[in-house]
Design a protein around this ligand. Structure first.
Ligand code: GLY
Ligand code: MN
Ligand code: MN
Length: 420
């Protein structure tokens, strides 16, 4: 996996500390999964954002510059466990001589030191401890210990630090954009391979396997979410991921599949005619979905457009209005009722990345999807088109998955190339 320079993670920790003034930020040790989890342990997003570390079982303490010790940061790692290493391989531990150098932390200590270190840096008399778990669900060691021991009667509380981190995460830096680009490029390659290979008689699972082969061989470590390959009626089921059907001649196939590259997601959907040619009705619905996506793209204004529903400058409303004013169902009704999900979400460490801001307005550095869809179970016909976009520094909208055919003509052409 690729990792950004230590200085990038350090700058994020300092920026976070600056927002919390006279406080301590505490991350309880991250959970670890057993060796049999299919893709193995995956680091929690916020912890990864602040550290770039994939080790399980690590904790974190940051004390803002306003505290009595000035800026303090400590990474807590499990100690070396020789017998465990036989099962899961060598790990970075608090005993590793180069732990500070490798992680870029001022101090690396064993997990056992967490309580003492917290007690040492806790500013008095008004201690605010920001934690990674909200107060209600905080059964995690240090928070529970603090509360039970009543060791610090003057503490003000344990606010959740996630909201502050999510404000930072909403704006991607250059290194993050590069990783989302790589996730996207590998996923686009998967979609192109599938466009060439698609034909009636294949199983949805074979298509899912081909996607994964293509993006894993390009350096992705796992799919960014459960791959969705739904043919015919299955294409109208939003979170269909059984992928157990056989693709029939005449089906449309909705494929919402993308990989994760060095922890960063992509999110792309294409809808293909199984036999390489859209029927007139499939084409009609497809072009309405495409038109809705294009209407949202054309309306986009950095600093103005937002991801909310039902308010001014909402991209969702633009796409929904387009769908509702084009085409009809079999009963002569408008199609708006068949667009049943949100138009967009942020993408980053998570495929559904936190929006971070109070206003949901899209600004330079943000990465998000535009993904209208129409689902007509009665006609066994579903269409979704999803691309992932970056708001450039100059406020322009950049389609990161723009290399992938999107129009009827381009999709049919790409599919025909596989049939030569
Ligand atoms: N693949 C999940 C989504 O499109 O939101
Ligand atoms: Mn999406
Ligand atoms: Mn998707």
């Amino acid at each position: 996996m690729e990792r950004q320079p230590n200085t990038v993670y350090r700058a994020r920790r300092e920026a976070l500390a600056a927002k919390t003034k006279d406080a301590v930020i505490l991350f309880a040790p991250t959970e670890s999964e057993g060796p049999n989890a299919i893709y193995g342990f995956r680091q929690e997003d916020d912890f990864y954002y602040l550290t770039g570390l994939t080790e399980p079982g690590a904790g974190l303490l940051i004390s803002a510059a306003g505290g009595k010790h000035g800026y303090v940061e400590v990474l807590f790692l499990p100690g070396r466990n020789v017998s465990q290493e036989k099962w899961t391989g060598p790990k970075l531990t608090s005993d590793s001589a180069d732990a500070k150098e490798r992680t870029g932390f001022d101090a690396v200590m064993p997990l056992d030191a967490m309580r003492n270190e917290l007690a040492r840096v806790l500013p008095t008399p008004r201690a605010v401890v920001y934690t990674d778990t909200d107060e209600k669900s905080a059964s995690a060691g240090p928070v529970e210990w603090l509360r039970r021991a009543n060791a610090f009667p003057n503490y003000v509380g344990f606010p959740d630090v996630k909201q502050l981190i999510h404000q930072q995460r909403a704006f991607k830096d250059k290194g993050e954009i590069e990783l989302v680009r790589k996730a996207t490029d590998a996923s686009v390659a998967g979609h192109l391979a599938v466009m060439r290979a698609m034909k009636p008689g294949l199983s949805e699972q074979e298509i899912s396997a081909l996607f994964q082969y293509e993006f894993l061989r390009r350096g992705c470590e796992r799919p960014a979410y459960a791959p969705i390959v739904g043919s015919g009626f299955n294409g109208t089921v939003l979170h269909y991921s059984q992928n157990s059907g056989k693709i029939q001649d005449g089906d449309l196939v909705v494929m919402d599949v993308a990989g994760e590259y060095s922890m960063y997601a992509s999110d792309i959907t294409r809808t293909l005619p199984a036999n390489g040619k859209f029927t007139a009705r499939q084409r009609e619905i497809y072009e309405i979905v495409l038109g809705a996506q294009q209407a949202a793209i054309d309306a986009f204004k950095s600093g103005v457009s937002n991801l909310r529903r039902g308010i001014a400058n909402s991209l969702h409303e633009i796409a929904a209005n387009y769908i509702n004013s084009h085409g009809k169902d079999l009963h002569g009704q408008s199609l708006g009722q068949y667009f049943i999900h949100g138009l967009s979400h942020h993408v980053g460490l998570s495929v559904h990345d936190p929006a971070g801001g109070a206003d949901d307005v899209l600004r330079p550095g943000m990465i998000f999807t535009i993904e209208p869809g129409i689902y007509l179970p009665e006609e066994k016909l579903g269409v979704r088109i999803e691309d992932v976009f970056l708001v450039g520094e100059d406020g322009s909208l950049i389609n990161l998955s723009g290399a992938l055919p999107r129009t009827v003509a381009d999709v049919e052409k790409a599919m025909a190339e596989g049939r030569k």
